[in-house]
Structures are given as structure tokens and as C-alpha cells.
Design a protein around this ligand. Structure first.
Ligand code: 16G
Length: 245
């Protein structure tokens, strides 16, 4: 089935130029998820035929959506729906909340879900005495079917009543236990993915990523979470609002 059939023809809408109407139709299809992140668009020639417009009109419509960041062009491969997610860097939200806010479905593949005793590094970060119990959660985090990040969280033992209270969202489980962090410190740096990391994320070894360390605190100042996240560089835009002093 052609794209025009799936998302409707362009109609007459307000005498706007054809390329704008095509843009609106494509934008709508992306918002309604008829076209999903990473979907390939049909070739321009096919789109032109399908919507009964010229190739120049198609090109102009796509150019606009590419500069808006809704579509990306990959050399030699065509035009794709962009998979980028914008994340507010200054808000203490969870991965699941970020995804739901963008109409995506959060999902995780578990690599480690275990109880153990704190390592010397974790003891220093979490401010715990040696021998204290912690929970470890290592996950591949997906938005729909797209792998977005690798995450390794260690939660202080007092934070959760048990391992199995964590399902899709760690923060939901912490919240239910009355121990969701209310403040966090974060550090971010650029990295290149190792072969193993790249394989888990479905990117090429050496592809760029963002490494983020988060330490989450409770109201009383205790550290409840330390998480290392490796986000795909091509999937996330971190956005921060800055105020003059
Ligand atoms: C985010 C946090 C991470 C937290 C996770 C909880 C960043 C950089 N990291 O990925 O620290 O553990 O959300 O997500 O934002 P969840 O509640 O969906 O499991």
C-alpha cells in the first residue's frame, strides 16, 4: 500500500502550497506513528507518484522536515524518520517517564537483576559501610523497539523492599517504597562505544555515545541510587534551560 493511501491525500486545505500540505501530512503521520522512528520513507520518485506531486515538491517538503529534525537523510540509504528524543537535562525524570511523554513505549531487556553486597567503589558513591546490601539492575533500555541506552544502576539496600518490586520502571518501584530520589547530581561525557556495548545497542563499534553518571538523593540527604548510563549519541538531544544569575 502506498503512503498516500495510508495517511490520506493532500486535500485542498486553505490553499497552502503543495509542499506545505505534504509536510503537514507527513508530520501528522509521524505524530500519529503511522510512520515510526527509524522507518524508511519511500524514495522521492515514489512519493511524488503516490501523492501526485512533482519531485521538486517532495524534495522541498522533505528538506523542511529534515531541518526540523523530524527526518534524517543517510548517505546512500535514503530518508528516515528520526529517532531522536529530547531530554530535559535539568529535570529529575526517569527513562520511562521521558519515553511516555513522547508517546513512545519504554521497555527493558534485563542483563543483571541481582542482590549483592556493596563494592568498594559503590560504598564510596552511596556512602554505605562495607558489607551493606545493594540491588543491581543492568538493562538495555528501549523506546518501542529501538535500543536507546545501556544502564547500570545500584540501589542502596534500604531503598527497595525487594528485587521483584522492580518491573519496567525503577523509579516507580522507588516511589512506591517512598524512596524516589528528589535531587540528583549528574556528570556527562562523550564516549565511543566498545564492541560489546555497540552490539547490545545495535550500532557500529566506535559509534559516539553519551556517558552519564547520576547520583540520586533522598530528602534527608542519603544517596539511594548510583546509575551509569550510556545513551546512543544519535538518539538523544540533551536540552537545558539556563538562567542569567
Ligand atoms: C534515567 C536516569 C537513571 C534512572 C532511570 C530510571 C538519566 C541520565 N538517568 O535513565 O538514573 O535510574 O532513568 O528509569 O536520566 P526507570 O524508572 O524507567 O527505570
Amino acid at each position: 500500500m502506498g503512503l498516500a493511501e495510508r495517511i490520506g491525500t493532500l486535500g485542498e486545505a486553505g490553499h497552502a502550497p503543495l509542499y506545505q500540505r505534504l509536510q503537514e501530512a507527513l508530520r501528522g503521520a509521524i505524530e500519529q506513528r503511522v510512520l515510526k522512528p527509524q522507518d524508511a520513507l519511500p524514495p522521492e520518485r515514489e512519493l511524488a507518484e503516490d501523492f501526485a506531486v512533482s519531485r521538486i515538491t517532495v524534495r522541498k517538503a522533505l528538506d523542511g522536515l529534515v531541518s526540523e529534525g523530524l527526518l534524517t537523510r543517510r548517505q546512500g540509504a535514503g530518508t528516515f524518520v528520526a529517532g531522536r528524543v529530547e531530554k530535559q537535562f535539568a529535570k529529575l525524570t526517569s527513562f520511562s517517564e521521558d519515553m511516555v511523554a513522547r508517546g513512545r513505549s519504554p521497555r527493558s531487556e534485563w542483563l543483571v537483576k541481582a542482590e549483592g553486597t556493596v563494592t568498594p567503589d559503590e560504598a564510596l558513591t552511596l556512602g554505605l559501610s562495607p558489607g551493606t546490601q545493594v540491588y543491581r539492575f543492568h538493562r538495555i533500555r528501549f523506546a518501542d523497539d529501538l535500543p536507546m541506552a545501556l544502564e547500570q544502576s545500584t540501589i542502596s539496600g534500604f531503598g527497595l523492599p525487594g528485587l521483584d518490586t522492580v518491573d519496567v520502571s525503577l523509579y516507580t518501584a522507588l516511589e512506591a517504597a517512598g524512596n524516589r530520589p528528589v535531587r540528583a547530581l549528574q556528570r556527562l561525557r562523550a564516549v565511543l562505544f566498545s564492541k560489546d556495548q555497540a552490539a547490545l545497542l545495535g550500532v557500529a563499534a566506535g559509534a559516539p555515545g553519551l556517558f552519564i553518571e547520576r547520583r540520586g538523593f533522598l530528602e534527608d540527604g542519603r544517596t539511594v541510587e548510583t546509575t551509569h548510563s550510556w545513551y546512543r549519541g544519535d538518539a538523544y538531544d540533551f536540552v537545558a534551560e539556563l538562567n542569567a544569575l
